[in-house]
Design a protein around this ligand. Structure first.
Ligand code: SME
Length: 160
């Protein structure tokens, strides 16, 4: 049987802080980056019930969808396109409080209202993809998400 996740805490930061060591321990059981990404998505979905959480992986001049949890998503995103491609182009985390106000946002679902996209780097610091998290609520993401999702990506980056 798979290990159970035990998320505690009354606020977002406490929940991330309870998730991180558990995730770190789980990822020790694999040397495969796809497994690591899949576990991250499942854990984030279970801990926070995000609408959509998943990876887009750099493949040449585009991002291709990787492991994810949530409704069916678009397969490929070009450099500089949408929130994901813009995070790649600008090489930074993007927090979008209202996706309808982001020019060029790629709507995989009309229910998605806000979004955070966090770059993923390998151990040499090369850009390798993004972690994209969507919410059906406006303004759902802030610097706390940016910080902890960045920490989670550092764990995953060790497998690249
Ligand atoms: N909204 C993203 C596309 C991916 S989906 O949200 C899953 C974007 O604009 O890049």
């Amino acid at each position: 049987m798979a290990e159970a996740l035990h998320i505690s805490g009354s606020n977002k930061e406490e929940k991330y802080r309870s998730l991180l060591p558990q995730l770190e321990a789980m990822l020790r059981d694999t040397d495969n980056v796809v497994s690591a990404m899949a576990h991250v998505c499942a854990c984030l979905k279970e801990a926070f019930n995000f609408f959509w959480v998943g990876y887009y992986i750099k493949s040449g001049e585009k991002l291709t969808v990787g492991p994810y949890q949530g409704p069916l998503a678009c397969m490929q995103i070009g450099f500089g396109k949408g929130v994901c491609g813009t995070a790649w182009k600008e090489n930074r985390t993007l927090i979008v409080p209202d996706v309808n106000k982001f020019p060029g946002h790629i709507a995989c679902s009309a229910l998605s209202k806000s979004e955070i996209v966090v770059p993923l780097y390998d151990v040499h610091g090369n850009f390798r993809g993004v972690l994209d998290v969507d919410s059906e609520y406006l303004g759902h993401f802030d610097q706390t998400d940016a910080l902890y999702l960045g920490e989670i990506n550092k764990l995953v980056g060790q497998y690249l």
